[in-house]
Design a protein around this ligand. Structure first.
Ligand SMILES: [Fe+2]
Length: 406
C-alpha cells in the first residue's frame, strides 16, 4: 500500500481529500484519525479506521514499534483542522500577550456578581449594594470591550441550566457593548451603558419561579405570561436598587420589543424603541440561538446571523443587524478555515477591520502538521494568503469555569 507514496506526505491521486500518508517518525506532529483499517498480512485488523491518532499514541505507547515490525511505515491519516476546546484554551493562554483577550477572571466575577444580585433580589426585592458592585464590574468589562476585537471569542458557555441566565447576561453585555462600538465608533460611554444594561437586562427573571425559568421545553401560555413579566419586574427592581439612567432602564424594560410593534411589554415600534434596547434585542436573540440548553443544541453563529437577518426590518433594526453581520457573520471568531497555502486554522478575530482577512491561529501547516509552537497569522498583513473555505465552527470558545478555578 505504501509504495509510491511521497515521503513528504503529499496526497497520492487516489486518496480522498484531507487524507495524507504520514511517516511513523512524524506521526506525533499530526492531529487526526486513521483513514483506513491497518491490516496484517493475513487480513486481521491491527488498527481500526477512525482511531484518533493522539489517543492511539497515548494508549499504546509501543504502537510505532509494532507497526515497524509489521512493516507499516506510513499511515493514512485524515487530518483534523480543529482542536479540542481544552487545547484551544491552552493555546490561547500561551499566546495571550499577543492578543488582547477579555480577562477571564473579570468575566467570572461579573457572572458571579449577577448571580449574587439575583439571589438578593429574589429575597429582598432590591439590591442597591449588589447593583453598585455590578456597575463597577460593567465599567471594567467595557474597557476590555473597547480595546479587544477578540471579545467574541470570550462569549461564555453555560455549565448548567441554573447558570444560563447569568452567563447569558454576560454574553449579552459583551455583544451589546461590541455592537455599540461598531455602530458608534469612539462612543465609549455608550459601550459602558450597553455593557451594564446587558448585565441587567433580564434582572426581572430573579422574580420568575425557577420551575418556569429553567423548564426544559416549551412553556404553556400561562407560564409564558409569567415569564413576560420579567421586563417590567426588572425595571421596577432596577429603579428600587438605585438605577436611574433612562438608557439602562430602557434596555431592561424594552429588550423584547420588536421593530414592527409585536414585542412586549409596551408594543413599541421602530424608533420609539430606544437605540439601546434595539441593540440589546439583537444581542439577546443571537446569544439565545447560539447557546446550548437542555432542550436544544446551539446553532452556528453564521446560521444565527442568517435567521436574525431574515427578521431584519420586521423584528429587528436593520442597521443593528448589519453591525451583527459585520461582527460575527463572515468568519466569526472560532471558525475553522482553510487558507490558500493549504494550511488550516481557527479565526481568533479581526485586527484591521478587514473582515475577509482576520487573524488565524494555525492548527495545521501546509503539510498538515500541528505547528510546534502556537502561531497566529494576521491575514491583513499576509498579502498573498487568504481564506479559501470555512470548514466548521468551534462555537463559543472559552468556558469561564476553567479559568475561574485558577
Ligand atoms: Fe429577557
Amino acid at each position: 500500500m505504501e509504495t509510491g507514496v511521497r515521503r513528504d506526505g503529499a496526497l497520492p491521486g487516489a486518496m480522498e481529500e484531507g487524507v495524507r500518508f504520514v511517516h511513523l517518525d512524524e506521526l506525533h506532529y499530526f492531529r487526526g484519525r486513521l483513514a483506513e483499517d491497518v491490516m496484517s498480512d493475513d487480513g486481521a485488523i491491527l488498527l481500526q479506521r477512525g482511531s484518533d491518532i493522539a489517543a492511539l499514541l497515548k494508549a499504546m505507547p509501543g504502537v510505532i514499534r509494532s507497526l515497524r515490525r509489521w512493516k507499516r511505515e506510513y499511515l493514512p491519516i485524515r487530518i483534523s483542522p480543529s482542536v479540542s476546546e481544552d487545547e484551544f484554551e491552552t493555546i490561547l493562554k500561551t499566546i495571550e500577550p499577543k492578543i488582547e483577550m477579555l480577562d477571564p477572571q473579570l468575566a467570572r466575577r461579573a457572572i458571579d456578581q449577577v448571580d449574587e444580585v439575583y439571589s438578593v433580589i429574589s429575597e429582598h426585592g432590591q439590591s442597591k449594594e449588589g447593583i453598585e458592585i455590578l456597575s463597577r464590574e460593567a465599567g471594567r468589562l467595557a474597557n476590555d470591550v473597547v480595546k479587544s476585537p477578540q471579545i467574541l471569542l470570550c462569549l461564555g458557555k453555560v455549565k448548567d441550566s441554573d447558570e444560563y441566565t447569568f452567563v447569558h447576561s454576560l454574553n449579552v453585555a459583551l455583544l451589546s457593548g461590541y455592537l455599540a462600538s461598531i455602530l458608534r465608533p469612539g462612543d465609549e460611554e455608550l459601550v459602558r451603558v450597553m455593557t451594564f444594561g446587558g448585565l441587567l437586562h433580564d434582572l426581572g427573571k430573579a422574580l420568575v419561579p425557577r420551575e418556569i425559568l429553567n423548564k426544559p421545553g416549551k412553556l404553556t401560555s400561562e407560564e409564558y405570561g409569567v415569564m413576560k413579566t420579567h421586563a417590567i419586574q426588572g425595571t421596577v427592581t432596577a429603579v428600587a436598587s438605585g438605577v436611574s439612567d433612562g438608557r439602562i432602564l430602557s434596555v431592561v424594560r424594552n429588550h423584547h420589543e420588536r421593530w414592527e410593534g409585536d414585542g412586549y411589554p409596551d408594543g413599541l415600534r421602530g424608533n420609539r424603541i430606544s437605540f439601546q434596547a434595539r441593540i440589546a434585542a439583537v444581542a439577546d436573540v443571537f446569544d439565545a440561538l447560539t447557546s446550548k440548553r437542555i432542550y436544544k443544541d446551539p446553532i452556528r453563529s453564521r446560521e444565527a446571523v442568517s435567521m436574525i437577518m431574515e427578521s431584519s426590518g420586521s423584528s429587528f433594526d436593520a442597521a443593528i443587524v448589519r453591525a451583527l453581520l459585520v461582527t460575527v457573520g463572515l468568519y466569526p471568531p472560532g471558525s475553522v478555515v482553510e487558507l490558500s497555502d493549504g494550511s488550516m486554522g481557527i479565526v481568533t478575530g479581526v485586527r484591521h477591520k478587514d473582515l475577509l482577512r482576520p487573524q488565524v491561529l494555525i492548527t495545521a501547516d501546509t503539510r498538515g502538521r500541528r505547528p510546534e509552537s502556537p502561531l497566529i497569522k494576521d491575514l491583513s498583513l499576509e498579502g498573498d494568503l487568504y481564506i479559501t473555505r470555512s470548514l466548521e465552527d468551534m462555537g463559543k470558545g472559552v468556558t469561564y469555569e476553567v479559568s475561574a478555578s485558577g
